[in-house]
Design a binder for this molecule. Structure first.
Ligand code: F6R
Length: 621
């Protein structure tokens, strides 16, 4: 879960490498470094503990001049954050410099073997074996490309790697289990862990596959396998623009991305609803009719979107379960060829989610990736991909992608229902398959999918509501924050608590509203703020749960529809959203919760876009 940037072109590389590193900081930010091949052929390295800013202020630009270079921003897995453990790593004689994302599982064996041959190591990282392996192969008389391939052949684990070698204008790189994408510019070519790293320089990309080895210089690139046999990959154009990946007038990407939700949601939905029904071009008529059950596998916020999706599907009569990806991967469930396993993942690169996708692929089940990143590993490995089209999300805390994930899953749920999924009886008679009123479970969802069209405007009113900022200040002294909800409000309560804890570092927990009385109530005191999510469905039950908390002295913030009089009158404070189908109420309530967390973190002066110990893309299990 580190970030790699490579630049090979004409003119000086340093500026573009630093821009790339800053664009990649959401992947890790405990140390950063660059290595450039200078015009005299030597390799110059500079690396520092801390963010790219620390590196930038310490750079000797004269020493680090050169047209070809590699850069890295790190999130520690082996070895604490320090100058020594920062990347790039070099061999003893500074002939080879390496940046690496992932884990080399056999690094201890390789290290022992290299030590026996006289190599000395200066860091605690698994990465450091790579430059030594390459240097060994150069000493054995191999050219740099062959030396790199022979080193890669010795590695076990998951990795994306890029190296520069003294006296060579080329960069050598490979991937296995960690992302790496090639960018093709006018005056330079790039490699990076993710497209936003070089988006301001080019939008023409080649998505590399596991096992690809690529040689890049100013003039072009060649892809081969590890044996050196050539491979062709298509050149694609990405439709994100560089402005999307910049902060602009905002202090934080998170706030920008919260505000972008009306636009990102519209992008998710545009062209996907016709005559009140979802029409996902990814699934031609009949292609979903043999689905009997759905299992969502995902992590963190994406898991909450999967839980939300379960409620939407079950209400349409389709059995659905959400399982945390790491649990699913290692405790597999019985799956049949009528099971649809949906991996929900913003990045498409989360290791736990990929592991669960791969476990499902070994079963008869069909797999689908719901993701934001075209060309991501999940999109390529699943049988099908449904893109949420939210645009780049840079803040570590997921915001706009949650709304878009839920909207995309709602569209899918509608299409599954129309296909007769989950109801083998209806499949026998296709004439029934669009008849919503013929079964109770979906009777009250009539027309709801059309409401997705108006949802962006409703989100706009919540984004512009100042209530969350006021309450974040008013309740800033609490000991704990409990979030409760039911139905689609339950995953939203979990998501509200996750967002709150990850960026404020305060104690926050989410519960199903009815669970409060089964244990957590023992913790409720006047210093516990209870945030209750109302959706317009079963709200009277949530009111009972609130009263239990209020009778222990806890202040309660309600989040619910404008029209919910009883809720408004019961709670201490109320944040409202416009009337909406209860299926989508959770999306609106969640925007208030995002803002509550954001402002609470702002008051505490937290590193909102880069919370401690967290990285945007978790590419290790
Ligand atoms: C929380 C957050 C994480 C991610 C999780 C999965 O704000 O962003 O919990 O949701 O790491 O990431 P993706 O969706 O990329 O698989």
């Amino acid at each position: 879960m580190c970030g790699i940037i490579v630049r090979a072109g004409v003119g000086d590389a340093l500026g573009e490498l630093l821009t790339g590193l800053e664009n990649l900081e959401y992947r890790g930010y405990d140390s950063a470094g660059v290595a450039l091949r200078r015009s005299d052929g030597e390799i110059a390295v500079c690396k520092r503990e801390g963010e790219t800013e620390a590196l930038r202020s310490d750079l000797d630009a004269d020493r680090l001049s050169g047209a070809v270079g590699i850069g890295h921003t790190r999130w520690s897995t082996h070895g604490a954050p320090s100058d020594a453990n920062a990347h790039p790593h070099t061999d003893g004689e500074n002939r080879v410099a390496v940046v690496h994302n992932g884990i080399i599982r056999n690094h201890e064996t390789l290290r022992a073997e290299l030590r026996d041959r006289g190599h000395e190591f200066t860091s605690e990282t698994d990465t450091e074996v790579i430059p030594h392996l390459v240097a060994d192969a150069l000493d054995a008389g191999r050219d740099p490309s062959a030396a790199f391939r022979s080193a890669v052949d010795r590695l076990e684990g998951s990795y994306a790697i890029a190296i520069v070698v003294e006296d060579s204008d080329e960069v050598y790189a490979t991937r296995r289990g960690s992302p790496l994408v090639l960018g093709l510019g006018e005056t330079a070519n790039y490699l990076a862990s993710d497209v936003p790293a070089f988006l301001e320089f080019t939008d023409r990309v080649v998505y590399l596959e596991d096992g690809d080895v690529v040689v890049v210089d100013a003039d072009g690139y060649q892809i081969s396998d590890v044996a050196g046999d050539p491979i062709e990959r298509p050149v694609e154009t990405v439709d994100w623009n560089a402005g999307d990946a910049r902060k602009g007038v905002y202090n934080h990407f998170m706030r920008k991305e919260i505000d972008e939700q009306p636009v990102s949601l519209r992008q998710t939905v545009d062209g996907r609803i016709e005559n009140g029904r979802s029409v996902l071009s990814e699934f031609p008529p009949g292609s979903l009719s043999d689905v009997d059950e759905v299992i969502f596998v995902a992590c963190g916020t994406s898991y909450h979107a999967g839980m939300y999706g379960c409620t939407l599907l079950r209400r349409r009569g389709i059995p659905a379960t959400a399982v945390p990806a790491n649990e699913f991967a290692h405790e597999p469930m019985p799956l049949s060829d009528r099971t649809l396993v949906i991996a929900v993942t913003q990045s498409g690169e989360t290791a736990d989610t990929l592991a669960s996708l791969r476990a499902a692929e070994e079963s008869p089940a069909r797999t689908l990736a719901v993701t934001n990143v075209v060309g991501s590993t999940a999109a390529r490995e699943a049988d099908d991909a449904l893109f949420i089209r939210a645009g780049p999300e840079i803040g570590v805390a997921a915001t706009k992608t949650f709304s878009s994930q839920v909207a995309a899953i709602a569209l899918l749920a509608d299409q599954l229902e129309a296909s007769g999924a989950g109801r083998p009886d209806r499949r026998a008679d296709p004439a029934q398959s669009n008849d919503r009123d013929s079964h109770d479970a979906s009777a009250d969802t009539e027309g709801s999918i059309s409401e997705l069209d108006t949802l962006p405007d409703l989100v706009e009113t919540v984004v512009n509501d100042g209530g969350a900022a006021r309450l974040a200040t008013q309740y800033s002294e609490a000991d704990s924050y409990f979030f409760i909800g039911r139905g689609v409000g339950y995953p939203v309560a979990l998501e509200g608590a996750l967002k709150f804890k990850e960026i404020t570092y305060e104690h926050a927990e989410g519960f199903a509203a009815g669970e409060l009385k089964h244990g957590p109530l023992a913790l409720v005191t006047p210093a516990t703020v209870v945030v209750a999510v109302f959706t317009g469905r079963n709200d009277d039950r949530t009111l009972h749960n609130i009263r239990e908390a209020q009778s222990r002295g806890a202040p309660v913030i309600g989040i619910g529809p404008d029209s919910a009089r009883a809720a408004r009158e019961t709670v201490d404070e109320y944040l409202s959203y416009p009337a909406v189908d209860p299926d989508f109420a959770g999306i609106l309530a969640n925007v208030h919760l995002q803002l509550l967390a954001y402002h609470a973190a702002e008051i505490r002066d937290r590193a909102i876009d880069k919370p401690r110990n967290l990285a945007k893309s978790v590419t290790v299990e």
